[in-house]
Design a protein around this ligand. Structure first.
Ligand SMILES: [Ca+2]
Ligand SMILES: [Ca+2]
Ligand SMILES: [Ca+2]
Ligand SMILES: [Ca+2]
Length: 476
């Protein structure tokens, strides 16, 4: 008589490890009126990240000191100029205390607030730039070790570069043409000559201008690379593995991010588009899920005319210049700005979002767990034919995945009468362990929009044309 017994492990073949998903716990903190941009710094020097928010409607900045557990103390307010629309953090006077630079869009200047080191800021000095400054970035453009500023000027179509004196003051601005309605400058060494360059999103041209730096604070004429429709923000990162800086551009009208891979000589490849949501206005670049690949967090302003309040999405990077589909997260009303920081100091990056119409900052604490522990199991041979009175053997291998260290239970069923099955444990070296039946521990503004007469959600960073916030003397 021949009895065929097949050991059945029907419950022991797990599905592949599920893709890691992101989750956040949201908490909102009130700030000022028309909170438009948020930045991260440590303003009281306690090693805990703090937040600063530009309040366009209340002409001040709000500083929220972090408690280190993901919560923040009540905002303290410090006045700046008329309609601050952006804020960057830098050390401008060499005292190791972080300072602020804030472009005041309707004053055509930048307020520089030198920190006291305890989270407070005395009244700042202002430095003139071009017409309707929308954003400012920080770099050392002349290589003297003192931080400089580069502001994008919406109305004058240029970039103002202010060389720092190292004492918190700046030399008069020099301007370099960028394009129509430049809105967002970013710094990187795109041609790898060791000198910082500028990339600027030109909202009115649907392109990015790249101004290669000469290293003395001057820049070569702009060279242009196409983006999507109404580019609102440009960020720098290495999105593939070639060690060359790339660009990510949010496009307010085409509702996508354009990724322009760098060639390393100051030029960029044709953009690839990744959908994000309605009216994206800014992005943050960071490895949010901790897999070693840069990801994007994007603030989608939404479309108030149809009740779309906006959201924040995260696009996990694949490490080859492409991104996974956007994962949406609820924040406040009409977010304009998103940044990352580890606000509860658990080693996982969190998000902070400025919500323009809810006058708040949403802090999204990263609650994502590790990938689900699991294992693979194989039997060799997968079936055994046994003659009466003899035995058959199959080796079952449990291979842990994702750090799995739990127990695995094996069982046999469907055996004919008189047939028994036993399991003997062996470590990976094949030595038996001597027990049975158990596997174990194997382990917005209408200023010259080129492409959209009916643009539905005017990004507010160019709100000079928005009702009620017209700059003096500027006809819409
Ligand atoms: Ca702090
Ligand atoms: Ca400098
Ligand atoms: Ca360079
Ligand atoms: Ca990642």
């Amino acid at each position: 008589m021949v009895v065929a017994a097949t050991l059945v492990f029907w419950s022991l073949f797990p599905t592949p490890a599920p893709a890691q998903t992101l989750s956040f716990a949201k908490r909102d903190f009130p700030v000022g009126s028309d909170s438009i941009t948020v930045a991260v710094g440590d303003f009281n020097g306690d090693g805990v990240p703090d937040l600063v928010v530009a309040n366009e409607g209340s002409n001040n900045v709000a500083v929220l000191l972090g408690n280190g557990d993901g919560t923040f103390r009540a905002a303290q307010f410090f006045p700046v100029g008329i309609n601050p629309v952006w804020v960057v953090v830098g050390g401008f006077n060499g005292n190791r205390v972080q300072d602020l630079a804030v472009p005041n869009i309707n004053a055509n200047n930048i307020s520089v607030l030198l920190g006291n080191g305890d989270g407070t800021f005395p009244a700042g000095r202002t430095f003139a730039v071009g017409s309707l400054p929308t954003s400012v970035t920080v770099g050392d453009f002349n290589g003297d070790g003192k931080l400089d500023l580069a502001a994008a000027n919406w109305n004058s179509g240029d970039v103002s570069v202010l060389l720092g004196n190292g004492d918190g003051t700046f030399q008069p601005a020099r301007t370099f043409p960028s394009g129509t309605n430049p809105i967002s400058p970013a710094v990187g060494d795109f041609n790898r000559d060791g000198l910082p360059d500028l990339a600027v999103a030109n909202y009115g041209n649907n392109n990015i201008s790249v101004l290669l730096g000469n290293g003395d604070g001057t820049f070569r004429p702009a060279v242009y690379f196409p983006a999507g429709t109404l580019p609102s923000f440009v960020a720098v990162g290495q999105f593939n593995a070639d060690g060359i800086l790339d660009l990510a551009v949010t496009n307010a009208w085409s509702n996508d991010v354009s990724v322009l891979l760098g060639n390393g000589d100051g030029t960029f490849q044709a953009p690839r588009s990744f959908a994000v949501g309605s009216s994206p206005l800014s992005a943050a670049v960071a490895d949010i899920n901790g897999d070693g690949r840069l990801d994007l967090a994007v603030a989608n302003y939404g479309n108030p005319s149809v009740g779309d309040l906006g959201n924040v999405v995260v696009l996990l990077g694949n490490g080859d210049g492409t991104f996974q589909p956007a994962l949406p997260f609820t924040v406040g009303t009409n977010p304009e700005s998103v940044v990352v920081g580890d606000f509860n100091r658990d080693g996982k990056l969190d998000l902070a979002v400025a919500n323009f119409h809810s006058n708040s900052v949403s802090v999204l604490i990263n609650t994502s767990g590790a990938p689900a522990p699991t294992y693979t199991l194989s039997a060799s041979p997968s079936s055994v034919t046994v003659t009466q009175g003899s035995t058959g053997t199959s080796t079952i291998t449990v291979s842990p995945q994702n750090g799995f260290t739990g127990g695995v239970t094996l069982s046999a069923s469907g055996l004919p009468s008189g047939v028994t099955a036993a399991f003997e444990h062996a470590d990976a070296d094949g030595q038996p362990h001597g027990y049975h039946g158990h596997g174990h521990r194997h382990p917005h503004g209408h200023l010259g929009h080129p492409a959209a007469e009916d643009h539905h959600a005017q990004p507010h960073r160019e709100c000079p044309g928005r009702a009620g916030l017209h700059p003096l003397g500027l006809a819409e």
